[in-house]
Design a binder for this molecule. Sequence first.
Ligand code: NAD
Ligand code: GLY
Length: 364
Amino acid sequence: MESLTVELGARSYPILIGDGLIRDIGRHVAPILKRPRTMIVTDSHVADHYLIPLGTSLGMEGISFSSFVLDPGEGTKSWAGLARLTEWLIGEGIERGDHVIALGGGVIGDLVGFACSIVKRGCNFIQVPTTLLAQVDSSVGGKTAINVPAGKNLVGAFHQPAMVVIDPTTLETLPRRELGAGYAEVVKYGLIDDAGFFAWCEANGAALLAGDSAARHKAIAHSVSAKARIVAADERETQDIRALLNLGHSFGHALEAETGYSDRLLHGEAVAAGMVLAHQFSAANGLCPSEDAARVRDHLASVDLPHSLASAGVNTDGAALAAHMAHDKKVRGGKLPLILTRGIGQSFVTDEYGLDAVAAFLDN
Ligand code: NAD
Ligand code: GLY
């Protein structure tokens, strides 16, 4: 088992990574619980595979639990989902010192985290992420949210978990398409500031996606340690450090909005195409070598991820796509900060480029 820490002073917390950890979780969780009782929240896909092993492990440590199984999918991260969950937690007699276990992907992690930020004015939660996206990104860093009719993740809070427990073997049951979407976020860490890791992805990405457990473990540990470092440096995204995690997201957000935030394009798939567009836009503006943009496109194409507007299934004009970007929640004083790059591993934040320039680029 590997262990690292998100260094946030009094709110620091451990991330444990190890094959089979779900079956041994009770031993790791018991020391932090204030009483031998917890509540597990999950979705029905994940419950089918992991609720019993996790519950059995808690039971072996004398920890009693109740469980709440929600519908899978983005629709659960909603006002209705939040109301059901908070009322259930209160009905279960949750106390402020209690820890709720979020067992699932980013939907469950974001919803449970937000619920725990407000129930009893704040209780604790433990992330047990079961998708690659959640294992390398959403379970760490304390961004929690629900979607509202005006947009995704518009209502939420920063609320750090007390512990993150990652069992990479859970990826064995994850559909291949979801694995690919999570892999885009792995590649992102190389593109942000780690050219060596991008080269590792080029060499090992296909094996990882085919189920190679050593490659999977290395990718998760490397990604999560990059995320822990970034969050420790800029927890609330006020210094243009954490914002780098949004590489590819502004372009990707336009593609997701255009495809109706639906199964036509998963979030990670949109990020994949968005990262290629961010590199190509940088190259078109003389910031980044065009060979680097081509390398990014070729790698993502080689693992069957969207790498262009066409492969993302979008053929809308640039002005319409840029208009979606104007509604991005990152807009500051009317300007949208873009994450651009000087080359692989050299990304930076800038608001020098207007959406008209982005629209013209997308039309070419
Ligand atoms: P998800 O939680 O919807 O999971 C994807 C699908 O896989 C679901 O059907 C789920 O039931 C199923 N699943 C999960 N684990 C499984 C497993 N091990 N075996 C079989 N099926 C499994 O999607 P996601 O991609 O994990 O998360 C997406 C969400 O994460 C979005 O709402 C996004 O906004 C959010 N997000 C948050 C952050 C953050 O920092 N908080 C970062 C990125 C994304
Ligand atoms: N996933 C972006 C962030 O955590 O900041």
